[in-house]
Design a protein around this ligand. Structure first.
Ligand code: FES
Length: 163
């Protein structure tokens, strides 16, 4: 019988009796029914499968269960709730930054991790941060607007005082 591998997903501890080399995305989707992470390329190149691992954006198609052992994984489902969306989720809705929606999981989680490290980014910095997340519909302008909106909501620019 396979040795148990323990990790925390969206704040809940789980232990899996699965082969240690199982891709994390299979565990999330098949064993926990968390369908936020999408299977795209399976090669770590498109970003559709992105999750946060200890707060850092990571591609769950190329991360094994063994690599995730003992780590805190957050999926799109764990970011906010229907009643209290995360500011990045809310901004994507406000800006209607989706066509097919397949890339959105990766866009939102990559943007969330980026904004944690860079709370007041320029548009160029956001473009750079998302350059390895692919969107085939061409919703890039709306996605950029959504991330800038989220940035302003998370860390509003300082109010300039009168001289
Ligand atoms: Fe993981 Fe494309 S499915 S990066």
């Amino acid at each position: 019988m396979a040795e148990l591998v323990a990790l925390t997903v969206n704040g809940t501890e789980h232990a899996f009796a699965l082969p240690r080399e199982t891709p994390l995305i299979y565990v999330l989707r098949n064993d926990l029914a968390l369908n936020g992470p999408k299977y795209g390329c399976g090669l770590g190149e498109c970003g559709a499968c992105t999750v946060l691992m200890d707060g850092v954006a990571a591609r769950s198609c190329v991360i094994t269960l063994a690599t995730a052992e003992g780590r805190a994984v957050t999926t799109l489902e764990g970011l906010g709730t229907l009643e209290a969306l995360h500011p990045v989720q809310a901004a994507f809705i406000t800006e209607q930054a989706a066509q097919c929606g397949y890339c959105l999981n990766g866009m939102i989680l990559t943007a969330t991790a980026f904004l944690t490290q860079h709370p007041r980014p320029s548009e160029a910095e956001v473009r750079n941060a998302l350059r390895y997340n692919l969107c085939r519909c061409g919703t890039h302008v709306e996605i950029l607007r959504a991330v800038m909106r989220a940035a302003a909501a998370i860390a509003p620019p300082p109010v300039e005082s009168a001289p």
